[in-house]
Design a protein around this ligand. Structure first.
Ligand code: GRF
Length: 190
């Protein structure tokens, strides 16, 4: 299974996926990493590990024009599954359809609760006692595609956005690789 990864930031979920590949628990390969932020750490990590990486700067471009540039690059890449790992763009329907392969995303809440930005802050403000993370299919609705798997994380009295985010992130790193392997094994059907 060849993974095409999109990310805009530090890329810790991508690193976790790459480590699962290296230790043999995830039977996949990374086709390439694409970022809309040229200086993103996710690209630096890919470079250091000889993974094909492409920076397609979003600066100064309308969404449609940026997506067209991304598609030009994507067309040179062979892949089976798209992995969004902290990709801070809302994908247009046209772009989703032109990728032609399933697209996965990881979100730091138990969807359908707390969609969009600052999910951990939303959870704290709502006073929930359990939050977590979700891997879901991407469709045209923000954080609205089919839920593939979730992990719960307890919210403690002393939690801040940082402490809660950190504990959820630990679970994200385990969950994302597991879901991809479950797809490969046919345990999760897309
Ligand atoms: C993660 O919290 C993920 O759930 C959300 O964006 C963050 C990305 O972090 N979609 P990283 O770039 O993978 O470290």
């Amino acid at each position: 299974m060849k993974l095409l990864v999109f990310g805009s930031g530090r890329g810790s979920n991508f690193q976790a996926i790459h480590k699962s590949i290296l230790d043999g628990t995830l039977k996949a390969t990374i086709a390439a990493v694409i970022s809309d932020v040229p200086e993103a750490a996710i690209l630096e990590y890919a470079r250091e590990h000889n993974i094909p990486e492409f920076a397609i700067d979003k600066a100064g471009l309308e969404r449609d024009d940026h997506e067209m540039k991304v598609m030009e690059t994507v067309q040179q890449i062979e892949y089976d599954l798209v992995i969004l790992a902290g990709y801070m763009r809302i994908l247009s329907v046209v772009f989703i359809n032109s990728l032609e392969k399933p697209i996965l995303n990881i979100h730091p809440s138990l969807l359908p609760s707390f969609k969009g930005l600052h999910a951990q802050k939303q959870a704290l403000e709502a006073g929930v006692k359990v939050s977590g993370c979700t891997v879901h299919l991407v469709n045209e609705v923000l954080d609205g595609g089919k839920i593939l798997d979730q992990v719960c994380v307890r919210v403690e009295e002393y939690d801040t956005v940082t402490t809660l985010s950190d504990r959820i992130l630990v679970q994200e790193h385990i969950l994302y690789s597991r879901v991809v392997q479950d797809i490969i094994d046919g345990k999760i059907l897309l």
